[in-house]
Write a protein that binds this ligand. Structure first.
Ligand code: GAR
Length: 215
């Protein structure tokens, strides 16, 4: 797997993925980190892991289309054959999705299809507002339907009395860092079959993860 990561923020998921590669838990080569922002933590994460990084800010391009054309060019020039969105806050244009069919994953901080559509911390805020007692995160295949592609893996966490957006986000994030490298590993090891919008994994491991120790 020649993996490109696309990120817009602090980059903790990018770090978890790159750590998994460094520790031989994920057999992949990180070929690029692409961001649509300047001066974000994700760029430092890439530098720390010696991964070529590219900032493609909106203001340097005449349109969003042109900006994403450049991103696609960078993906292709890097030799990427797989893409992980890790806190990427723009919606991919269909021409990027089509260039990597079933080869782009995203992580979202809720148990999809609940609380789809927003960027962190909106899903966590909505979960608290709704009063759910279990939340979590979802790794899914990116399609043209926002946050609605086939679900690869989910990790659940309890919502505890007195939780704030920050405390719930931290609890979810810990599971994100566990589930994202695992989901990528299934693809890297060619254990994934996608049929009728469902993801099937040839593995003893479960696509449903619980926090350990169990709450
Ligand atoms: C993560 O919580 C991720 O699930 C979320 O952004 C955060 C990025 O954190 N993604 C979304 O909200 C996608 N809609 P990070 O920059 O530390 O990886």
């Amino acid at each position: 797997m020649n993996l490109a990561i696309m990120a817009s923020g602090r980059g903790s998921n990018a770090a978890a993925i790159l750590d998994a590669i460094a520790n031989d838990h994920l057999d992949a080569r990180a070929v690029a980190l692409i961001t649509n922002r300047e001066n974000v933590g994700a760029l430092d994460v890439a530098r720390a892991h010696n991964v070529p990084s590219h900032a493609v800010p909106r203001r340097s391009y005449p349109s969003r289309n042109a900006q994403q054309r450049r991103m696609l060019e960078l993906l292709q020039d890097s030799g990427a054959d797989f893409v992980a969105l890790a806190g990427f806050d723009a919606i991919l244009r269909p021409f990027i999705v089509a260039a990597y069919p079933n080869r782009i994953l995203n992580i979202h901080p809720s148990l999809l299809p609940a609380f789809a559509g927003g960027m962190a911390p909106v899903p966590q805020t909505e979960a608290l507002r709704a009063g759910v007692t279990i939340s979590g995160c979802t790794v899914h295949v990116v399609t043209d339907d926002l946050d609605a592609g086939p679900i690869v893996a989910q990790a659940a966490v309890p919502v505890l009395p007195g939780d704030t957006v920050d405390s719930l986000s931290d609890r979810i994030l810990e599971q994100e860092h566990r589930v994202y490298p695992l989901a990528l590993r299934w693809f890297a090891e060619d254990r994934v079959r996608i049929e009728n919008g469902r993801v099937h994994i040839q593995s003893e491991e479960s696509q449903a993860l619980w926090p350990h120790p169990a709450p």
